[in-house]
Design a protein around this ligand. Structure first.
Ligand code: AMP
Ligand code: GLY
Length: 428
């Protein structure tokens, strides 16, 4: 079978890398891919970014399964158009992708179906939003409605920060509001304390099979300091998700979400990613939904997956096709991925730096590419997150040591990485 992966980040490199291991897969195309997918003989980059063009190409090439990496094409309806063309594709429809693409939609959905989440209110009038935060007090969280590539959430420690965030997002005093003036909305919600984890499942609209648990590191610098990023590293499994927390997450968040979407007439198929906040008592609240795999969570998760990814995604791309009794097989070791980011990330990213010292792939250590391109045989940085160095070992500590050992041999001008990925799972 010929398979297509849409996207060009680290998540897509890891998905394509894993799909290519299936004996049923003849070729994996990645559109547009990156320097890593270009260098792998089992993968083939396709320089098409227009979804209409890609759909016509997939029909012509008789692609047997398409897997969508990022949220933007999902929110734009790529699944709807591929299905309309009679193509098999794994991912949520445009309507179902609103769980991620609209915070107002997902909060109202959670409220309607009694799915635990932070208390909240939604506003489109700046004056009402300002009055609400004054009444609630700080800390408080202000979120822009709509996709904002990780820049739409302000965890305000003071009222002044909350007011500034409202002005920025609703355009009160801001010269450049984030969303279009007059149509922007903010969700203001209660600040939750606890430890975060990424809980990702595969859904076919009816049935659910959970993936291994993981934890991301959103802040730029060691000790969870500095600005929020797309994610500076991740590991799997996440010990904070104990068996009891896992059972609660399935019972209180995942299953009611799948049932609720079905009841509302917009069944969810695809990867469903619940960002969870886990409190000291093991209580679980949903911070957000994503309608796709996490990046960089995918990289360690794919390193641990032993089952055939093609089989499960192929089955799940049909309503009711997924066997809910299916137990995916996982490497019992820990996988840990360290992101090497470009100079200036996340604010002002410099690209074009030559990358040196990439090791050949070895058992249990893979360098997944994200923002890289291959130009005249030279690998160069082309985005904010450049590489994710991912390694397997018997403990979090050992996986951390192994990943950093590999990363230490790789270099490019201005490279930045955190040095403490996995710290929450490593006892002092
Ligand atoms: P989101 O895009 O909604 O996941 O938010 C990005 C990050 O902001 C999350 O990963 C959390 O670290 C933080 N965050 C979001 N909502 C809350 C909340 N209600 N309480 C505390 N932190 C939050
Ligand atoms: N790693 C966080 C995300 O993919 O949204």
């Amino acid at each position: 079978m010929k398979v297509l992966v849409i996207g060009g980040g680290g998540r897509e490199h890891a998905l394509a890398w894993k799909l290519a291991q299936s004996p049923k897969v003849q070729m994996v195309f990645v559109a547009p891919g990156n320097g890593g997918t270009a260098s792998d003989k089992r993968l083939h980059n396709l320089p098409i970014t227009d979804m209409g063009e890609l759909c016509a190409w997939a029909s012509h090439e008789k692609i047997g399964l398409t897997v969508v990496g990022p949220e933007v094409p999902l929110a734009a309806g790529v699944v709807d158009s591929f299905r309309a063309a009679g193509l098999r594709i794994f991912g949520p429809t445009q309507a179902a992708a609103q769980l991620e693409s609209s915070k107002a939609f997902s909060k109202a959905f959670m409220q309607r179906h009694a799915i635990p989440t932070a208390a909240f209110a939604t506003f489109n009038q700046p004056a009402d939003a300002h009055a609400y935060v004054d009444a609630q007090g700080a800390p408080i969280v202000v979120k822009a409605d709509g996709l904002a590539a990780g820049k739409g959430v302000v965890v305000a420690e003071t009222l002044a920060q909350a007011h500034a965030a409202i002005d920025f997002m609703l355009g009160g005093n801001s010269p450049a509001p984030l969303a279009g003036e007059g149509q922007s909305r903010v969700v203001i919600e209660e600040f939750l304390e606890g430890e975060e984890a990424s809980f990702i499942v595969i859904c076919d609209g009816k049935h659910v099979v959970p993936l291994a648990t993981s934890q991301d590191h959103k802040r730029l610098r060691d000790g969870d300091q500095g600005p929020n990023t797309g994610g500076m590293g991740a590991y799997s499994p996440a010990p904070v998700v104990t068996p009891a927390v896992h059972a609660r997450a399935m019972r209180e968040v995942i299953l009611p979400t799948i049932r609720g979407m079905e009841q509302d007439g917009i069944p969810f198929s695809g990867f469903l990613y619940a960002g969870l906040m886990i409190d000291a008592q093991g209580g679980v609240k949903t911070l957000e939904f994503n309608c796709r795999m996490g990046d960089p969570e995918t990289q360690p998760i794919m390193m641990r997956l032993k089952s055939d990814l093609l089989d499960v995604l192929y089955a799940a791309s049909e309503a009711g096709g997924l066997n809910p009794e299916l137990n995916l097989q996982w490497d019992r070791r820990t996988a840990l991925g360290v992101v090497m980011a470009a100079h200036g990330y996340p604010e002002k990213v410099r690209t074009g730096d030559a990358i040196h010292g990439l090791p050949p792939e070895e058992e249990g250590a893979v360098v997944f590419h994200a923002g890289t391109t291959l130009q005249d045989g030279v690998l160069r940085s082309s985005g904010g997150r450049v590489l994710c160095v991912t390694a397997l070992a018997d403990s979090v500590k050992a996986a951390q040591q192994r990943a950093y050992r590999v990363a230490s041999g790789i270099g490019f001008e201005g490279a930045h990485m955190r040095h403490d990925i996995g710290h929450r799972a490593i006892k002092a």
